[in-house]
Each structure stands twice: as structure tokens, then as C-alpha cells.
Write a protein that binds this ligand. Structure first.
Ligand SMILES: Nc1nc2c(ncn2[C@@H]2O[C@H](COP(=O)(O)OP(=O)(O)OP(=O)(O)O)[C@@H](O)[C@H]2O)c(=O)[nH]1
Ligand SMILES: [Mg+2]
Length: 232
């Protein structure tokens, strides 16, 4: 069993990816379950094997504690770790792959109590961002840095997944000159990485809606198993 947390900013496509990629994995003969860890979500496309909304309501906590959505989310995550019933139910979800679909907040996991939750409940992290975060070569360096910070924070293997690959386009400079952007920037970055002997880093580009890049993502997850301590 491999427990895979999808984390990243709001609206980057974590839930859509969890839904679409799980059906791809099933076609590869892998059993999959998805846990919903977003207490504020209103619609989910998949049937969750665990749903945090059974235990917490973001709206209720916002009202009762007079907090905004981020504060309420933080409070729920802080309480979740000591909620034995919820953690037991989440821990009892069994499948080859268990995807943990989290709420859109990177700070929750980088600087708040969510990091402890991740370390206890996941073996591998998919850091999901979208086309907006992959517009230039500088963005690639930034993504690499964020990946490194995450590995430090969680002590978990982390794959960076650029979703909405279908929307990656070349960007233009203000003076009309075309600069390397979008998919071209990703490719240039990968070429530079490949030229460095011994580098194992990858940037995975997928499109959850067009279901592209899933083969590479599936392979990368399987290759991460060694790093996760799952050597079968
Ligand atoms: N073009 C495009 N749109 C996508 C893709 N994946 C998701 N979306 C759209 O992006 C929007 C947000 O998708 P979600 O899956 O809800 O994103 P999320 O990261 O789970 O959002 P939060 O849970 O609110 O943080 C939806 O309108 C999706 O249809 C993709 O690969 N390409
Ligand atoms: Mg979501």
C-alpha cells in the first residue's frame, strides 16, 4: 500500500487529478481509494473512502470560532491529529494506492500543523501546481526550491506535478519579444537537469481534464516506492 497526499494551492486541480488519475491507475490493475481531507469542499467527483466532512464542517467552525476559512482549516488540521476515531478510520483505508486529497493551502503543510498530519498519514507527496506556476525558466527554479523545502519539512519523498498542461503556452515579453515560457521552459529545464550527471529530479506535466501525462506520473510514483521504504 502506498498513501499519496496531493497538496498544493487552491484550484490547481488536485481533486480533478485524484479522480481522473485514479481511474487510470485502476486500468493498470492497481486498486485505488481516495480520502477527502478538504472539510470545506462542496462537490466531489469521486466516492471518498474517507471523508473528513463526517467529522468537521468548515462553515460551522468558521461561525462558532469566528474564524476565516484559513484559520478554520488550520484549527481542523490541528485537531485532526488527536482525533483518534478519524485517524483510525483514515488509517483503515486499504488499497494499493490511497490518494489523500487535501484542501488548497500550501502554508498549512509548510508552516502549520499540517506537516505532522502528512508525516503520519502519507508515504509520498504529490506537490500539485498548475500552468500559472510554470510560465518561465525562473519558475522552474522556484518549483525546484519549493520541492526541496517540502522534503526538508516532511521528510517524505515529493514529486512536483504541473497540472493543466493543456493550458501551458508561450509567453510574450512586453516589448513583443517571445521569451521561453510554458512547455518550452519545462523542456529547457529538463534538458539542463539531464545534462547534470546523477540528477534524478523530474518535473511531471499532466492534464487532469485531457488525461495526459498519466503514464509518466504512474511510473514516477512506482519508482518512488523505494524511497518510501516500500521495496516490493
Ligand atoms: N484546463 C484544465 N483545467 C483543469 C485541469 N484540472 C482541473 N481543472 C479545472 O480547475 C478547476 C479546479 O479544479 P479542482 O480539481 O477543484 O482543484 P483543487 O486543487 O482540488 O481545488 P481546491 O480543492 O479548491 O484547492 C476546475 O474548474 C477544474 O475543471 C486541467 O488539467 N486542465
Ligand atoms: Mg479540491
Amino acid at each position: 500500500m502506498l498513501r499519496i497526499a496531493l497538496i498544493g494551492g487552491g484550484g490547481v486541480g488536485k481533486s480533478t487529478l485524484a479522480y481522473a488519475f485514479s481511474s487510470y491507475c485502476r486500468k493498470q490493475g492497481v486498486s485505488v481509494a481516495i480520502a477527502n481531507l478538504d472539510p470545506g469542499c462542496k462537490h466531489i467527483k469521486y466516492t471518498p473512502a474517507f471523508d473528513v466532512r463526517k467529522y468537521y464542517s468548515l462553515d460551522k467552525i468558521m461561525r462558532s470560532a469566528e474564524l476565516g476559512p484559513n484559520g478554520a482549516l488550520k484549527r481542523i488540521h490541528n485537531s485532526l491529529l488527536s482525533n483518534k476515531k478519524a485517524m483510525k478510520e483514515l488509517g483503515a483505508v486499504e488499497s494499493d494506492f490511497v490518494f489523500i486529497d487535501t484542501a488548497g493551502s500550501l502554508e498549512l503543510f509548510l508552516t502549520e500543523g499540517g506537516a505532522d498530519f502528512l508525516e503520519q498519514s502519507a508515504d509520498l507527496v504529490l506537490f500539485v501546481c498548475d500552468n500559472e506556476a510554470a510560465q518561465s525558466e525562473d519558475d522552474m527554479v522556484l518549483l525546484k526550491a519549493i520541492n526541496a523545502i517540502q522534503r526538508l519539512k516532511y521528510c517524505l519523498p515529493t514529486l512536483t506535478v504541473i497540472n493543466k498542461g493543456d493550458l501551458l503556452t508561450r509567453r510574450k515579453q512586453k516589448n513583443g519579444q517571445t521569451v521561453l515560457g510554458g512547455m518550452a521552459a519545462v523542456n529547457a529545464h529538463l534538458r539542463a537537469l539531464l545534462s547534470e550527471v546523477g540528477k534524478r529530479e523530474r518535473l511531471l506535466v499532466v492534464s487532469a481534464v485531457e488525461r495526459r501525462g498519466f503514464g509518466e506520473l504512474f511510473d514516477a510514483i512506482n519508482e518512488s516506492k523505494c524511497e518510501c521504504g516500500d521495496l516490493e
